[in-house]
Design a protein. Structure first.
Lengths: 230, 272
């Protein structure tokens, strides 16, 4: 059995009172959500920058870490929003205009395998994955979206991070196809919409230091995540 | 897959002791929890003990792989609420009996059959009282209001959770009442044009307890949702004077249908 490990539990559960003024500032400020490196150093734990669509960039802190031999799940929060990632993939959101409330077939998601083998010369991981996601729309209705995912390496890139500097990464491209909701069985390949997700994975430690992920066919639901504090 | 649909987690929290801490004079309550998965007790989690006043997050954090479950389906039951809910059902059944009597005196045999059928079906609904419909587990630590304390005010708590809803369920006076695979369909298509949308007796109750009256205006605009219940009651125009709210009362009960349960299944117990 694995239990969630709360990161910074004391200061979060006490209504952020234990956090320093910097944290309180970005949680409450409508204008400034992106912490500078000096401010990041004062945070008690890991943090990411997250940008949804055309919205301003927010800094989100790691509130919980659920780590087992088969998965690593992280919960990132601001005061009113939350992202849950599994091996870097967003599997649930909370507090956004539209929210991903469920991601199916997580146990067969090959993304973790690709991450663990980031430095391997040849790929041994499955390239295809089928899933479905339940999205709660802004009018509080839930739609189920069936999707097909195809993963492929796209060479090496260097990614700049605020505190760890320049990081050498390998770029993983994921082509996502939304399948016809009327023909969403395993044999169907007809797609209604297609986009690409990207994951920049550190060649040194396998951390996803940056990603671009789209939750629905609408680009309004495209989220850019980058490492702020490791 | 039916087995995955049935996948339920029940967490029972039992306040087993309220004792005094020696020397402190302070009361310390002990609350235990037990977990059921797929309607069955989950061995490693069948007896969790919390000291003091645990909060909802303490409970959620105990569940392995909690990110894989369907949290809008979460229900938190306590016996006192369950008793009240069952009393509400009894009251509704009495009202339906009265309605049936009126129809009988009027010689309205078709309406009489409807009232009796509805009464019989409601008596078997798997009702499960809940403090809230759905849990948003990802930011509980930062939200004290959502992360409420499990206190010894109630002797026992039960959390029921569904892995993923793959069905919708037709209840009430539908001829084809029962569970159907969820499909991405307009409400009108999902109901297969077998019913009239103008009778004021059709409702959708979603997994989060939200109710929508289905009308000609929305039946062709909105799609069904996974896990929803569809209720067909007695046509509004046929309800006797003084009983015009009978369908609404039935819908209020349906908000407490235990997710994942089929017609005529019994709900999970609130108590150990």
């Amino acid at each position: 059995m694995s239990a969630c490990q709360s990161v910074g539990d004391d200061w979060l559960s006490s209504g952020f009172q234990g956090a320093n003024a910097t944290v309180a500032y970005w949680l409450n400020s409508a204008e400034q959500h992106r912490l500078e490196p000096e401010q990041l150093k004062q945070l008690p734990g890991a943090a990411i920058y997250a940008k949804l669509g055309e919205n301003a960039t927010a800094t989100m802190v790691l509130s919980e870490l659920d780590e087992t031999p088969t998965y690593t799940v992280k919960r990132w929060v601001t005061q009113s929003e939350a992202l849950t990632t599994r091996y870097g993939r967003i599997i649930r959101t909370q507090g956004l205009g539209q929210n991903l409330i469920y991601t199916a077939k997580q146990t067969t998601d090959p993304l973790g395998c690709w991450i663990q083998n980031v430095a391997a010369a040849t790929n041994t991981c499955p390239t295809m994955w089928r899933s479905y996601q339940d999205i709660e729309t802004s009018n509080a209705r839930v739609s189920r979206v069936h999707s097909r995912h195809e993963l492929n390496w796209r060479g090496e890139e260097r990614v700049q991070t605020p505190l760890r500097g320049d990081i050498r990464t390998r770029l993983l491209e994921e082509q996502v196809s939304v399948l016809s909701p009327f023909q969403s069985d395993e044999m169907t390949n007809e797609s209604l919409s297609t986009w690409n997700n990207f994951y920049w994975i550190s060649l040194n430690d396998g951390v996803v230091v940056r990603s671009e992920q789209q939750l629905t066919p609408s680009t309004d639901n495209r989220i850019l995540i980058s490492e702020a504090r490791y | 897959m039916p087995s995955s649909f049935k996948r339920l987690i029940h967490v029972g929290l039992l306040c087993v002791a309220v004792c005094s801490s020696p020397g402190s004079g302070q009361e310390i309550s002990t609350i235990t929890a037990s977990v059921f998965i797929d309607g069955k007790q989950h061995e490693p989690l069948n007896h969790i003990t919390f000291s003091g006043e645990p909060r909802l997050h303490n409970l959620v954090a105990q569940i392995p792989g909690s990110h894989q479950f369907y949290w809008p389906s979460a229900r938190v039951c306590v016996p006192r609420l369950q008793k009240k809910l069952l009393l509400k059902r009894k009251a509704l059944l009495v009202q339906l009996e009265l309605i049936a009597g009126i129809y009988e005196r009027q010689g309205a045999n078709e309406s009489l059959d409807q009232a009796l059928k509805l009464k019989e079906r409601i008596s078997h609904w798997p009702l499960f009282a809940t403090i809230q419909h759905g849990i948003e587990p990802d930011n509980l630590l930062g939200n004290a209001r959502q992360n409420w304390a499990l206190t010894n005010k109630y002797s026992h708590y039960t959390l029921a959770l569904l892995s993923v809803p793959k069905y919708v369920t037709y209840v009430g006076l539908f001829n084809n009442a029962g569970r159907k695979p969820y499909r991405y369909k307009l409400l009108a298509d999902a109901l297969e044009n077998t019913v009239s949308f103008t009778d004021g007796n059709l409702f959708e109750i979603d997994l989060q307890g939200r109710v929508i009256a289905i009308t000609p205006a929305n039946a062709w605009k909105i799609r069904q949702q996974p896990g929803s219940l569809f209720f067909r009651g007695i046509p509004q125009s046929e309800l006797p004077s003084g009983f015009s709210d009978i369908n609404n009362k039935a819908v209020e009960l349906l908000r407490y249908w235990q997710p994942g349960k089929e017609l005529n299944q019994t709900s999970s117990p609130c108590q150990v």
